[in-house]
Design a protein around this ligand. Structure first.
Ligand code: F6P
Length: 559
């Protein structure tokens, strides 16, 4: 039954947190650590192979207690149960958000609309396994009888970012005999560059799209089909050996010309940005093999169980979510920097951008009321140590507060001389420098000329989390992604927003569909936009016409 909850800012815990924040002004991190020498060991939590040190956040035990109280007053427990029970928690789309069923063992039950969906999940996993084994072993042949040496995933958003991130993150475990490429942008350059050196006879396309209507993906898929058919002598029968689809929309997949037997399905209760462990992960399974893929699912599952069962006080995703609410709503931080000290995680910040910002970039509550507090912060980041030589200056000495999530591993997958010690020394040093800084007295004591002292002072008191694991395995990646998924969910529950819809992407899509014919019209169209948009369209059309006049098609072909 739906529990009635007061508006967030009226909750007792929220008011108490506001008062707690006023007191915290006098208690910088330096003092909190001096007063409690064990803080750095105490304010940590370990679960399913991940260690989270959150001691360098601007909180006291009282703050933590109030944040947990806030979670209770917001009915987080009830909302977690509702998600795992397959309730339609995505209210505005009237859908369940049951990505946790994607990693359930066969023996589990997850019910959507009265049906246990776990057998369907496993049927798709088995189909993916058979196909992956065939492609990886060379049994699956292209139209001319050659084996597949290049796989291109065509998709965008959740149908791209998860697959790219996972491929890069788990490259160490991948089959190096196959090249994996990802085409997402409707900018033709993306497709042209990806296919530049490829032989169509050895190339497999995975068209990944939940809806199979997304403009970018369908445009790229059509170009891919032309490239393939032209490259293989014009026979459209070639498509069957070189195209597979991942989608929920069988009708559209067939209409495109892909045999539904070569389609890998998923369901409307899997949100795009929560789909990397569904059939959308087909490229991941092709790259790392079914066994590693199943290990990744195990990592997801273990974090799901931790999230569902651990008390709030020691629940890693809940703590991370609550700390993010604290930093965002009480400390006024507008962004979060995600800084993996692991080159293989170079696409992790980009992946998290969709997961976090498409989920929690909302300005109204479930019942349509405008919020009077901040919701989802901006996520961004780069791998360390590169970022240190670029934007860290602003994090250390700028005027904005930027909480950081550092991610590091005890062991390198590519050990080489002193590299890993140096890498890890840097991540520890950065978190230390941000928290404790350097006072004017310390700067002076180094003999710094007086005029330079203010420039060399580090205020410190900048919050960060450090997430550590033993090494980056498929299982650890699964747990790490699930950690952020559930942290995002926790934040959405506190803010009372729908973390599973994305209406904000619609307007631009609709307007673009209207503008395309205006750009392509052979006669001057009547434009009814604002003066700026009209002028831009005219400028583009004039430039194009001038270009076309200078380079008529026949001449271009010869060139
Ligand atoms: O435009 C946003 C979005 O709907 C995302 O939520 C989704 O991941 C992406 O587009 C791609 O959608 P599809 O998988 O249906 O092509």
């Amino acid at each position: 039954m739906k529990k009635t909850i007061k508006p967030l800012t009226q909750l007792p815990a929220w008011k108490a947190l506001a008062a707690n924040h006023r007191q915290m002004e006098k208690r910088p991190l330096r003092k909190l650590f001096t007063d409690d020498p064990k803080r750095g060991e105490r304010l940590t939590v370990e679960a399913v192979g991940l260690y989270l040190d959150y001691s360098k956040n601007r909180i006291t035990d009282k703050t933590l207690q109030l944040l947990v109280q806030l979670a209770r007053e917001s009915n987080l427990g009830g909302r977690i149960d509702a998600m795992f029970h397959g309730d339609k928690i995505n209210l505005t789309e009237n859908r369940a958000a049951l990505h946790v069923a994607l990693r359930a063992p066969k023996s589990d039950m997850f019910i959507v609309d009265g049906e246990n969906v776990v057998p369907r999940v496993h049927a798709v996993l088995e189909k993916m396994t058979t196909f992956s084994n065939e492609v990886r072993s060379g049994k699956w042949k292209g139209y001319t009888g050659k084996r597949i040496t290049s796989v291109i995933n065509i998709g965008i958003g959740g149908s791209d970012l998860g697959p790219v991130m996972a491929y890069e993150a788990l490259k160490h475990y991948s089959d190096r005999g196959i090249t994996f490429l990802f085409v997402s942008n409707v900018d033709g350059t993306d497709f042209a560059e990806a296919t530049h050196d490829l032989d169509p006879a050895e190339t497999l396309f995975i068209v990944s799209s939940k809806t199979f209507t997304t403009l970018e993906t369908m445009t790229n898929a059509e170009s891919a089909r032309d490239w393939l058919v032209n490259g293989l002598g014009g026979d459209r029968k070639a498509v069957a050996r070189h195209f597979v689809a991942v989608s929920t929309n069988e009708t559209r997949v067939s209409a495109f010309g892909i045999d539904p037997t070569n389609m890998f399905g998923f369901w409307d209760w899997v949100g795009g940005r929560y789909s990397m462990d569904s059939a959308i992960g087909l490229s991941t399974m092709l790259a790392i093999g079914p066994e590693h893929f199943h290990e990744m699912l195990k990592g997801f599952r273990e974090m799901d169980e931790h999230f569902r069962n651990a008390p709030f006080e020691v629940n890693m995703p809940i703590l991370m979510g609550l700390l993010s609410v604290w930093n965002n709503d009480f400390l006024g931080a507008q962004t979060v920097a995600v800084l993996p000290y692991e080159q293989y995680l170079k696409r992790f910040p980009a992946y998290l951008q969709q997961l976090t910002m498409e989920s929690n970039g909302k300005h109204v509550t479930f019942d349509g009321r405008e919020v009077d507090y901040q919701t989802g912060p901006v996520y961004w980041g780069e791998p360390g140590t590169n970022g240190q030589h670029s934007f860290y200056q602003l994090i250390h000495q700028g005027t904005r507060l930027i909480p950081c999530d550092f991610i590091a591993f005890a062991h390198s997958l590519t050990p080489m001389g002193r590299h890993h010690d140096i890498l890890l020394a840097n991540v520890f040093a950065q978190a230390e420098a941000l928290a404790f800084g350097k006072t004017p007295a310390e700067v002076k004591a180094e003999g710094t000329p007086t005029a330079l002292v203010p420039h060399k002072v580090f205020e410190g008191n900048r919050p960060s989390n450090v997430i550590m694991a033993d090494r980056l395995t498929p299982k650890v990646l699964g747990s790490l992604v699930a950690l952020y998924e559930h942290s995002v969910f926790t934040q959405g529950v506190i803010w009372n927003i729908d973390s599973f819809d994305q209406w904000g992407v619609e307007l631009g899509k609709v307007l673009a569909q209207k503008i395309v014919p205006e750009l392509e019209a052979s006669t001057t169209p009547t434009l009814a936009h604002d003066s700026s948009t009209n002028a831009l369209i005219r400028r583009y059309r004039n430039g194009n016409k001038a270009h076309a006049a200078r380079h008529p098609p026949t001449k271009r072909r010869q060139g």
